[in-house]
Structure formats: C-alpha cells, structure tokens
Ligand binder design. Sequence first.
Ligand code: KIV
Length: 316
Amino acid sequence: SCAVFFSSITSFLFFSKLVILVSNSSNLFSLSHITNPEGAAPASSSNPPLFNARRMRVQHIARAKAEGIPLTMLTAYDALTAPILEAAGVDMLLIGDSLGNVILGHSSTLPVTLEDMERATAAVARSTSRVMIVADLPFGTYEDSPEHAFASATRLMKAGAHAVKLEGGEARAHIIAALTAAGIPVCAHLGYTPQSENTLGGPRMQGRGDGADQLRRDSLAVQEAGAFAVVFEMVPAAIATELTQTLSIATIGIGAGPNTDGQVLVWSDMAGYSDWTPSFVHKFGQLGQALHEAASDYVGSVRERSFPGPENYKND
Ligand code: KIV
C-alpha cells in the first residue's frame, strides 16, 4: 500500500507539473506582447543591477549616495512598458501622478485619483521584480492629516509600491514622519511641485533668490522627518548641487542640473514619444516616430491586402 501511495503521489506531482507547464505556456502565448508575463524581467547586459540587488531597497539608495553612484528613475504606468524599463537597468520606477497628463489626457495632475494610482501601481508591480516602485500620493489624498495620508499610502503599498512620494517640505514634515514611523518609506518632492501649480503660477523655476533659503529649510525638514530621498524639480543647478552636498539623503533631479545623486524623467519624454519636450529633457529615442511608421505600415498593408499574409493565418 506504501508503493501505491508513492506512485499515486508521483503521478499527482507529474500531472500538476504538466498542468502548470501548459497553463504557463498558454499565458506566454496570450500575453506575448508583454516582455515577461511572470514579472521577472531579464537583467540588462549593458546596465547590470546596482550592487547585484535582487530588489532595489532604501539601503541601496543610501549606498549609491555614499559611493557616488548615479541613481536612475523613470516614470512607468503600465505592464507593457515597466518590464522594458526594468530590463534596461533602471533603479526606481515612479508611478508618477504625471499619469494624469501622459495617460489620461488631463491638463494637470489635479484630477488624478487614488484609484488611478492604485491601478497603475499594481500593473507595474505585477510586471517587474527588481526595481524599487515609488508611487505618488495624488492631490487631495494626504495633505490634511497624517491619518488621511496613512490611509491613502497604505492603499498604494498594498497595490505593490515599496515607497510613496509626496509634494511639500516643512509643511508636510509631520506627514512624512508619521508615514515613515508606520513603515512606509517616503520620497519628498520639492522645487516645482505640480500639485501646487495654481499657487506657484504654473510651471516655473523655484528656489531662486529668497526661494533658495526656503528650499534649504524644506530639504532639511524632509530629511529630519525621515524621507529616504528627495526629488528636486526645476531648481537652479547651483542650489541642487549645494543641497546634494549637504544632505545625507539621496537627491534626484529633474530640471535641476547634472550634480544631483540621481535623475528622473517621465519615460515617454525620455523616449521621444510625443512632440512636446521641456528644455530639461533629452530625447533618447524617437518612439513616437517609430510607432507612427509601424501604424502607417499596418494601415497600408491592410488596404493593399498584403496583411494578413500566409504566415498569419490557417486555412483549416
Ligand atoms: O509625476 C511625476 O512624473 C513626477 C516626476 C516629474 C518627478 O513627479
């Protein structure tokens, strides 16, 4: 009876393995447009993971700062793009509330909801395995109280984020402290903060003249409150350089010059997806043009009946 028991266990294991194999290969087939549906993107051959980390975490960010190794961050909003960015060697993916402009067609980040952010965060988390995922707390979901901030941040962490980002300095320090104490790493965002575009008078450089002292105070406040990093957006390179030298936490710049500890860009700006490019962006590709050419080719091929070709269908 022992032999019968083991032989049925063996066939059960064999059968389950077969079922898993078949279901995986059908997943691979149906999701073949996603680089790796299992979420383990291949490491980039040209940009190996920093410190060989299986998952980028706050200690790796601190170590990169200490060793002077530049950090890379790009935005990501979906499961199609995120694994490609991860495979290219990016350290952090930011589920930016720029999703409002880039993906949802709003003219600002103000209409972005927590549900929008949760859905995008979950898609990026499902399709990646190594990057650190930082999700923006959207406008109206954290400013009024640490309790509100905690409830909102918890939803993003449960969706798969490893940290949250929020805009503001001294005025938000108590919120950063409360989230950090609750086990939620926080990246602060200073300089031009798009959620305050109406009080700031639109996208314009911050931290100039008298604004430099406020930026210094805000930077120290977020560091003392426990933020693990701070994004500086659209500030003069000189003040970003000074603060990068004086702060112990990592500084990540966008329109803040070459000397911050890391750089962040909206991925579609970086890849040249649209015509619009702010002056601080360099287009590292021509993705919009490539997509236009592919889609034109498709339309032409359907019209002239060269697609689908014999390799694209079966007669029976
Ligand atoms: O939402 C976003 O994309 C951002 C970056 C510009 C830093 O906050």
